[in-house]
Design a protein. Structure first.
Length: 249
């Protein structure tokens, strides 16, 4: 239980779901953790779950200026960072004809633009060695109907994991990605559907998973702990798919 002992870590979107569980596991493994979120309610819930062991900050993941401010705050609070889990994201499922330019811009800002400029802003305070893990999605690979914008944004992150890994490894910074399949998190409750529609979508998705179930946040968090730890020192530019076999169909 000390694989991250003494490490200083940032987890974006760390106030619910996969991010919150990852923060909990990081702390259990000995890390000092900062988490970000934008919803006041989940921020308060995270404070109750993580207690005084985490620095919890309100940040809009899609606002480039706020990424720079976050980097300054972390420099003052932690000095340097040893691990970063870029987890904040939004998902919306809709037919291609229903998307507006504003919705496209917001989705790409949170899922791709913000993460890129966060990494840029953090470069001066990343230690050598350090680990960056990007949370992508199998939606970048399987061509699920109604996921065009979400899938495109996550495909961009997968590409970024590969290209930045080559660019930053000379500084001792490893970049890798996790690509979860369907996971039981509050994200599915944010798709803009009523409960009946949501149940129908969930049943349809589950029927495509050979494992016969949704994943659990803890299963993704364990993978992130590994990639952030020194155990993964030779893992560079990799994508770990965690989807119950869904993308193998």
């Amino acid at each position: 239980m000390n694989r991250l002992n003494g490490k200083r870590a940032l987890i974006t979107g760390g106030t619910s779901g996969i991010g919150l569980e990852t923060a909990r596991q990081f702390i259990a493994e000995g890390a000092r953790v900062a988490v970000t979120g934008s919803n006041p309610e989940t921020i308060e819930q995270a404070r109750k779950v993580l207690g005084e062991q985490a620095l919890i900050l309100r940040v809009d993941a899609g606002d480039v200026a706020q990424q720079k401010e976050l980097a300054k705050t972390l420099a003052e609070s932690f000095g340097q960072l040893d691990a970063v889990f870029v987890n904040a994201g939004v998902a919306k499922l809709a037919p291609v004809e229903q998307w507006t330019e504003a919705e496209w811009d917001r989705a790409l800002a949170i899922n791709l633009k913000g993460p890129f400029f966060l990494v840029q802003a953090l470069l001066p305070i990343l230690a050598n060695p350090a680990s960056i893990v990007l949370n992508t999605s199998i939606n970048a690979r399987i061509g699920m109907p109604n996921s065009s914008v979400y899938g495109a944004s996550k495909a961009g992150l997968i590409s970024m994991a590969r290209t930045l890994s080559g660019e930053l490894i000379g500084r001792g910074i490893r970049v890798n990605a996790v690509s979860p399949g369907p996971v039981s998190t509050p994200l599915y409750g944010k798709l803009g559907m009523d409960s009946a529609e949501l149940e129908k979508v969930a049943a349809g998705i589950m029927s495509q998973v050979p494992a016969g179930r949704f994943g659990q946040p803890s299963e993704i968090a364990k993978a992130v702990v590994f990639l952030a730890s020194d155990e993964a020192a030779f893992t560079v530019g990799s994508e770990l798919v965690i989807d119950g076999g869904m993308s193998n169909l």
